[in-house]
Write a protein that binds this ligand. Structure first.
Ligand code: APR
Length: 259
C-alpha cells in the first residue's frame, strides 16, 4: 500500500477542528462489495433502470419486482462487512469534539463500524415500513437464494397491525428526505470547520447541496474519491484514491495513531 502525502495545511485544519462533518456516498461501501450506482459497468444504474426500481410509480406498477430487488440488496448488505474506510470514519468521531456523519447510504455499515452520530438522508434498507400506519417492520434475514439474483419477484408482505402493504425503507427519487435528518444535516454543514465528501458522485440533489453550504460557510472541504467529479475544483482538497486506503492513512497521520 503506497503512503499518501497529505498537505500540512490539511492535517493542521483537521487537528484544529472542533466541528467536523462527513458526507458519505456509495463509494464508501464499494470496498465492502456493495455496488455503487453510477460507476461504469459495475454501477447499479448501469445494469438496472432507476426509474423501474427507485420510484413510487415503479412500486405501484410492479410491487413484486421492486420488493424482490430491494430484498436482494438487503441480503447483500447483511452479508457485507465494514471496510477500513468505515472504521477510519468511526475513529475520527472519537477524536473530534463535535462530529456528524451524514450518509446517503441505506446500508448499516457505518453503524456496524462503530459510528454513533449518523443521519441517514436516504433511509435504511433494513427498516421497511408500512405504507398505511408507517410502523417499521423488522424482517428475518433474507434467504441466500435472493442474494444470488436481483430479478426475483417477491410479493411485498402486509402489515400485521393494519393490513396495508410494506414498502422498502429507502427514500425514492421524487420523495422528500426525512425532515429531521435533512434539517440537522443542513445545520451541521453550515456550522462545521471541516467538511468531508467521501465516495459520492455529488450528482444527486439535495444531498450534494450540503457541500455548497459548507463551502459558502467557509469550511475546509475535503473530497475523497478515486475518480474526478464535478466538485474537484470547488473543494479545498481533493484526495484521489479509494476511501479504504486514503482515510486510514489520513486519520493515523492526523492523530498519531499507529497503523
Ligand atoms: N472510495 C471512494 N469513492 C469511491 C470508491 C472507493 N473505493 N469507489 C467508487 N467511488 C466513487 C465513485 O467514483 C463515484 O464518484 O463513489 C462515487 C459513487 O457515486 P454514486 O454511485 O453516484 O453514489 P452516490 O453519490 O452515493 O449516489 C447518491 O444516488 O441513486 C441514488 O439513492 C442513491 O444514495 C444514492 C444517491
Amino acid at each position: 500500500m503506497t503512503q499518501q502525502e497529505f498537505p500540512l495545511s490539511l492535517i493542521t485544519a483537521l487537528r484544529a477542528a472542533t466541528r467536523v462533518v462527513v458526507l458519505t456516498g456509495a463509494g464508501v461501501s464499494a470496498e465492502s462489495g456493495i455496488p455503487t450506482f453510477r460507476d461504469k459497468q459495475t454501477g447499479l444504474w448501469e445494469n438496472f433502470d432507476a426509474a423501474e426500481l427507485a420510484t413510487r410509480y415503479a412500486f405501484d406498477r410492479d410491487p413484486a419486482f421492486v420488493w424482490g430487488w430491494y430484498e436482494w440488496r438487503r441480503a447483500a448488505v447483511q452479508k457485507a462487512q465494514p471496510n477500513p474506510a468505515h472504521l477510519a470514519i468511526a475513529t475520527m468521531e472519537t477524536r473530534v469534539p463535535q462530529f456528524t456523519l451524514i450518509t446517503q447510504n441505506v446500508d448499516d455499515l457505518h453503524e456496524r463500524a462503530g459510528s454513533r452520530n449518523i443521519l441517514h438522508l436516504h433511509g435504511e434498507i433494513s427498516r421497511p415500513y408500512c405504507e398505511g400506519c408507517r410502523q417499521s417492520h423488522v424482517f428475518p434475514r433474507a434467504t441466500p437464494k435472493i442474494a444470488l439474483g436481483g430479478e426475483e419477484r417477491i410479493e411485498p408482505p402486509r402489515c400485521q397491525s393494519c393490513g396495508a402493504r410494506i414498502r422498502p425503507g429507502v427514500v425514492w427519487f421524487g420523495e422528500a428526505l426525512p425532515d429531521g435528518a435533512w434539517a440537522s444535516a443542513r445545520e451541521s454543514a453550515r456550522q462545521c470547520d471541516v467538511f468531508f465528501c467521501i465516495g459520492t458522485s455529488s450528482l444527486v440533489q439535495p444531498a450534494a447541496s450540503l457541500t455548497d453550504l459548507a463551502i459558502d460557510a467557509g469550511a475546509t472541504t475535503i473530497q475523497v474519491n478515486p475518480d474526478s467529479t464535478d466538485i474537484d475544483d470547488l473543494v479545498t482538497f481533493s484526495l484521489r484514491g479509494p476511501a479504504g486506503t486514503v482515510l486510514p492513512q489520513l486519520v493515523a497521520e492526523t492523530w498519531n495513531i499507529p497503523q
